[in-house]
Design a protein around this ligand. Sequence first.
Ligand SMILES: [Cu+2]
Length: 174
Amino acid sequence: MPKIMQCVFIVLLFSVMSAHADQPDSAAPADTVPKAEPAKESIKVATQASVSGAYINVPVPGTRHTAAYFTLRNLSDKPVSLVSVAVDVAQRTELHSHTTKDGMMQMRREETVLIPPRSSVAFESGSYHVMLFDLQRSIQSGEELQLLLTFADGKQLVATAQVKSIFDKTHHHH
Ligand SMILES: [Cu+2]
């Protein structure tokens, strides 16, 4: 088989296989083990906090890291401590803050981000943000990714983040 044909064949085979994996045949035998649901059911949902306006920037071309932003609101009368934000596509994430040292903007890793009672903290450019490292695939503007926030008390919150490109809303006014 010519090499190019072999290649096409493998691609086709792969797409057939993955299509099959994604869409289990409805006529499958009854003893087929259902696809495991994400661990959502096992999480202890943090009802004392809410997330709004979550988004993730498309990485700068040639890089595999980016950042996630959102507003985190504490709905309770006690302080809430955010300890991590996980995203499937990122191998590793860190909570960061921006500090200015000797006139230079620097990012600093934070173990926790405290949200005072009945208030909110904005994770935004130039402030707190979640760094996503070693993305396992490219992400496209318009995609939605799930953020899994974990708090110091072990409770968790799932939020949907829109993937955005810095080029999405670039308007040139001359
Ligand atoms: Cu950072």
